[in-house]
Write a new protein. Structure first.
Length: 363
């Protein structure tokens, strides 16, 4: 059946959604309509981010992840980054609302709050934000879930969506770590004879190379900056100990995940590691974009309403600033950057051809 743009996009339905609690857009000030429209746009962007992250998670959760799937995941992560960058720009539109003009309709929002954006909470859950790392909303650490209910305490659509997302496992972080744990290191995979020894050997060689590189850098800094030798030595020891703590983590699975991170980043030019490395870079870029979104949100709120208590009862700007500082999901990916070495400092691979592309005839 033939259709047209208006009907396909359902423009009429969209344009009838800005009526506010009065149910009549004509009774609203221009500033209130701006506020409603921009936040509706945010929720549409969040919908797309959730869809892309879900597809990325599903691809990585496969027992065997084909190379073409990794490329698709990278494309989806890139789209999420672009969406978040555009979303950040939308804060400028909200900032066109002057403080006095916003206060004219702010009381209508009580006790509603942007904190109750179920889709934003879903994004955090799907990424893999641990429940025990959430900033308490009030005195109860689990009160953030109650905040998603209506003012009668009823479990509405938002609450149900978040509950369903909590049960939807694995998270993107869990799927990514499972994929990393299967990475061949020096040609050895989990389940291969002697795999633990191969991984331990790689980590020992990498730590030794890292220590040499750090000592060289520290010596160079001391010669040019005039830093006292004792202070330089203390810094050197902290870097060495930090590398040891990261790479010698007690849990064997986590140790292999971290070894894979360092291995992929170190030998990224090898054909079979090129896309995995691009995937890791995409995850870091995604979390960076999300952190910037949080930071920009806080500055917008501070500019429009200062440091008032949030309409939903949160600490307002202080709460938003704290989420930007503390809500990090992929900490190991960021930490691995502190340990990376220049190409000339890397331990050599005995058989780099293992990571070449293969045709069926090569098998």
């Amino acid at each position: 059946m033939a259709t047209n743009y208006w009907d396909y996009i359902r423009v009429g339905d969209l344009l009838r959604l800005q009526e506010g609690i009065e149910g009549d857009e004509a009774r609203l000030a221009d500033d209130e309509v701006v506020f409603i429209v921009v936040h509706q746009v945010y929720e549409l962007w969040f919908k797309l981010v959730l869809r892309q992250l879900g597809s990325a998670r599903d691809a990585l959760a496969q027992d065997v992840v084909p190379e073409e799937s990794i490329a698709t995941v990278c494309s989806g992560l890139d789209r999420c980054v672009r969406i978040l960058r555009v979303a950040v720009q939308h804060f400028e539109v909200v900032e066109s609302i002057q403080t006095r003009d916003y206060l004219a309709f702010r009381d209508k929002l009580f006790p509603a709050s942007g904190f109750q954006s179920a889709q934003l909470r879903e994004i955090e859950i799907l990424l893999g934000l641990p429940a025990d790392e959430r900033i308490p909303f009030g005195s109860d650490r689990d009160a953030w879930l109650d905040a998603l209910k209506d003012h009668h305490g009823q479990r509405g659509e938002g609450w149900e969506r978040v509950q369903a997302r909590l049960a939807d496992r694995p998270s993107l972080r869990e799927a990514l770590e499972a994929w990393l744990a299967r990475t061949p290191i020096r040609g050895s995979s989990p389940g291969d004879a002697g795999d633990d020894e191969v991984v331990a050997g790689f980590l020992a060689d990498y730590r030794a190379a890292h220590e040499v590189a750090v000592r060289r850098l520290v010596a160079s800094i001391g010669e040019t900056a005039g830093v006292p030798p004792a202070a330089l030595e203390a810094r050197h020891q902290r870097e060495i100990q930090g590398a040891r703590d990261f790479l010698e983590v007690e849990d064997p699975r986590q140790r292999r995940v971290r070894a894979a991170l360092v291995f992929i980043e170190s030998y990224r030019e090898l054909p079979l590691l090129a896309w995995p490395r691009q995937l890791l870079a995409g995850v870091v870029e995604l979390e960076q974009a999300f952190t910037i979104f949080r930071q920009r949100h806080a500055r917008m709120v501070e500019r429009v309403i200062g440091r008032r208590t949030g309409t939903g009862g949160s600490a307002g700007v202080d709460y938003l600033d704290e989420t930007a500082l503390r809500y990090r999901v992929f900490r190991d990916l960021w930490a691995a950057r502190t340990l990376q070495l220049a190409a000339d400092d890397l331990p050599p691979l005995a058989d780099p051809s293992f990571y070449d592309f293969r045709t069926p005839a090569d098998a």
